[in-house]
Design a protein. Sequence first.
Length: 396
Amino acid sequence: MDNKNPSKPAQPRVAILSSGLGHVSRGIETWAATLAAELHQRGLDITLFKGGGRAELPYERVVRCSQRDSWLTRTVVRYRPICCWRLGMYTPYEFEQTTFGLSILPRLICGGFDVVHLQDPQLAYILEKTRSLHRAKVILGHGTEELSSFLRQFSHIQELSPFYLNRHGDLANKKWFAIPNFVDSNRFSPGDRQAARRELGIPEDRYVVFSPAALNRSKKRLDWLAQEFQRAQLSNGLLVIAGAREPETDSLLTELRSRLNEDQLMVLENVPRDRMPLLYQAADLLTLCSLQEVQAISLLEGMACGLPCITHPWGSCTWTVGDGGSFVDMEVEGALGRELQLYQSVELRRERGQLARQRVEAVFSRAAVVNQILEMYSSVLDLPVPQANREPRAAF
């Protein structure tokens, strides 16, 4: 502790929270797990609170909550009074966050945490509004497209790109930051494509277009991707989609299979996290058809594996991908199909893929981003900026 000011810790206690971790596989859960692991490796006093599974690591704790797919959650959301939409019961995900918040609050009150860092918006709102009961500074990593009016209720926001931070205008009285997600560029790296394809049962001569996305049409627009892939008429093309199941998955898969035959489409559901590098290494190209992305971790993982990426020209996507791919209007019929045809060129894929890998190493590596996060914690707690945080196990 600092003897001159004992209220300011020499090394803060940090809680990373994710209500879905342990039972859901999305970008938010990946972010929480990877950030907690890196902060622990750096030597911070870190606790990762998750809403499912088991505490498999020494710094993990499981928090009981009503998970979004449980019978209780579905029943409450279905039969809730209309007035309860303000109480965090509007959607299954909101109710999960609300019950998680009620469970975690006593632990924060008694645990002496200095920083709570999370990306679940409803959970962050609950903890921000109950700060009179606990002393932790709440930092919301904004990855879910919340309204500006909602975000301005927070003292501390981590936007994931300069594009999103700049949309808020004057932030002179707030400690808000632009710090992106990061990727382990050692784990996610170019590999033996032929070996990866053999393990996955993909013929080595196929042109593989990969889309790692939740299996839905409302946000990830996989129906549009299938339409454009069909329109491209790629003689040896194979569309590989990997993601978590959602309520609309069954109807989506029926539509995809009506457009593309078994030889053109491979759909993988709920792929284990440790298998994802293999999928990127087996692909030739990555594409996301969503019209807005705060910052897709799948883009960073694909770029780290040397994949060129095609996205909609949304500000955060163009900033993330840079020269490591290209951008097409995903609302114009035929635009993506034509781009898929262009990327049949091995030379084009190699050139853009190398640029994608270089951008990840320069901007989105663990070292670069986690150093910024440590500096953010220092700023939020009014501590001196840490000088010895450049190597794993360094003190804060």
